[in-house]
Design a protein around this ligand. Structure first.
Ligand SMILES: Cc1cc2nc3c(=O)[nH]c(=O)nc-3n(C[C@H](O)[C@H](O)[C@H](O)COP(=O)(O)O)c2cc1C
Length: 217
């Protein structure tokens, strides 16, 4: 059973990376799991360029992204993976640009404009999303549900774990950031964030344990 964790945050040690690592550790704790955790920020790649090669009938790229760059082998690994874990901080009410570009390249080849809209993703995988953010816990629920819904439709059953009100700076007094209640943020980081990481660990473990296989009808 193959696990692929994809970090869509620029920093490799802060909230999103830590929580994604927990989800990855959870999946890897299941016997038979083999996996890899990689960072999109180590790669040079574009979002979808709209070439439509992935929709061209009788074309060698049908249902595959034809663009060749650093993301090409990652997309191949994603298609092989049984469990895909994706971590992104919220940037301007969305996932990061790198995560968005990755999604465009993963999702668009896996759907058609055919009437039946059956996805062409070659297998059913399990997907776990990890989102971190400053905003309150219920602020992006509709966004998360929408993204997880699209992921479930295209790739396979998906779920998500969040950390909110995250700590961004060690010393808030050194930054232009007076809107935060520093004590609350720091306490959350000490007390709640480890719990959020445990939730992510359990999600990763659960996803790896429930691999059912199967293909689209
Ligand atoms: C460019 C940028 C945009 C952000 N936009 C939002 C936002 O729209 N909503 C939000 O809740 N937090 C926003 N944040 C805060 C981050 O999502 C939050 O601090 C997150 O936990 C950072 O993840 P990291 O610690 O892994 O870097 C933003 C941060 C940055 C750097």
């Amino acid at each position: 059973m193959k696990v692929l964790a994809i970090l869509g945050a620029g920093n490799k040690t802060r909230n999103t990376a830590t929580m994604l690592r927990s989800a990855f550790d959870g999946a890897m704790s299941v016997p038979g799991a083999e996996g890899e955790l990689l960072s999109l920020f180590d790669l040079t790649f574009k979002g979808c360029v709209g070439c439509h090669a992935c929709k061209l009938l009788d074309e060698k790229h049908f249902a595959r992204c034809a663009l060749k760059d650093d993301l090409t082998p990652v997309l191949a690994k994603a298609i092989e993976a049984d469990v895909i874990l994706i971590g992104s901080p919220m940037y301007f009410n969305d996932v990061t640009g790198a995560t968005r570009s990755f999604l465009e390249r993963l999702f668009f080849p896996a759907i058609t404009y055919n009437k039946d809209r059956t996805p062409t993703y070659p297998k059913r995988a399990r997907v776990g999303w990890v989102f971190t953010m400053n905003a309150p816990g219920d602020f992006y629920t509709e966004f998360f549900k929408g993204l997880v819904g699209s992921t479930s439709w295209i790739i396979g059953d998906a779920e998500y774990a969040i950390a909110y009100g995250t700590q961004q700076f060690e010393d808030y007094s050194k930054y232009a950031a007076t809107m935060f209640d520093v004590e609350t943020v720091k306490r959350r980081h000490l007390e709640q964030f480890p719990e959020d990481c445990k939730t992510a660990f359990e999600m990763g473990k659960r996803l790896a344990e429930t691999i059912g296989g199967g293909t689209h009808a």
